[in-house]
Design a protein around this ligand. Structure first.
Ligand code: ATP
Ligand code: MG
Length: 257
């Protein structure tokens, strides 16, 4: 399989390419002994956004869960900041590997502020700074989370994750069920925050064009294998190849079973 091409701007101030913050080396992982992702190799660098794409059941969530240590790998290695990820999920989180799950992980009976307070961490990003990223949330700070719109909940989930000052942020379909216009608003902000905080992001997103619009690199999974990988620019220019990869018609080295 091909390791995705890394963008030109993932360097640490001119001293050559930065080491990856998250690295998968030939990782096979699955559920109850059945592989769902096979031989996956990806590198994500500081400040880089990697779009992880693919149809339903392709293995995107499985990949993210393994990156935070919630699913043990069957073979291969996952490293974050050069250290192997193991099953100690809390420890991995403290090291800066943060997951925004597909159910958004919010407490619906609590207010916006209380949701944020619960996610605060020593050495993390202050709540005021997060409110600067999402001023709308500040105006809603006393509102019960359950009474927020889908787009507002999406913002809150992202804000909550940012409080932990992640080195690598894994986002699983934050926009599930939302109109593209809301995603269009949020993704450029995510891009700006990744740039400002030099934060690596793995973005699972169903709105392919919007994801490719802000990403540096992309991987399309199909049946747990890499069907297509490259820079986001390449994939934007070759949308027909992206579609073929979704349907397992990429004809690459990793033919779907
Ligand atoms: N808890 C589980 N137990 C058994 N099999 C599972 C479990 N979770 C996922 N799988 C299987 O693993 C494969 C990959 O699922 P995964 O959830 O990673 O896909 P996905 O790309 O996130 O799909 P979607 O776009 O629908 O969210 C699928 O075949 C799925 O049925
Ligand atoms: Mg999923």
């Amino acid at each position: 399989m091909t390791t995705p091409t890394v963008s030109d701007d993932t360097t640490t101030g001119g001293s050559g390419p930065a080491a990856p913050v998250l690295s998968f080396d030939k990782v096979t992982v699955g559920h109850f002994g059945v592989p769902a992702v096979r031989e996956l190799s990806i590198d994500v660098h500081p400040g880089e956004i990697l779009a992880l794409l693919g149809p339903n059941g392709a293995g995107k969530t499985t990949t993210l869960l393994s990156a935070v240590g919630a699913l043990p790998v069957m073979s291969g290695t996952i490293t974050a900041m050069g250290t192997p990820i193991d099953s100690r999920v809390e420890r991995n989180a403290r090291r800066g590997v943060t997951l925004v799950p597909d159910n958004r992980g919010l407490f619906h009976r609590l207010s916006v502020t209380d949701n944020l307070r619960l996610a605060r961490r020593k050495g993390g990003t202050p709540i005021d700074v997060v409110y600067e990223y999402f001023p709308k949330l500040q105006t809603l700070r006393g509102r019960r989370c359950g009474n927020l719109s889908g787009g507002e909940q999406q913002m809150l989930a992202l804000a909550k994750a940012l409080l932990t000052k992640p080195s690598v942020l894994l986002i699983d379909e934050l926009s599930m069920g939302l109109a593209p216009v809301l995603v269009q608003d949020l993704l450029p902000r995510l891009r700006a925050i990744a740039d400002e905080q030099n934060m690596a992001v793995v973005l699972v997103e169903q709105h392919i064009d919007l994801a490719l619009g802000i990403a540096d690199s992309a991987v399309v999974l199909h049946h747990g294998r890499v069907a297509l990988a490259g820079s986001a620019r390449e994939l934007r220019a070759g949308r027909d190849r992206v579609e073929a990869a979704y349907f397992g018609r990429s004809g690459g080295a990793d033919d779907p079973e």
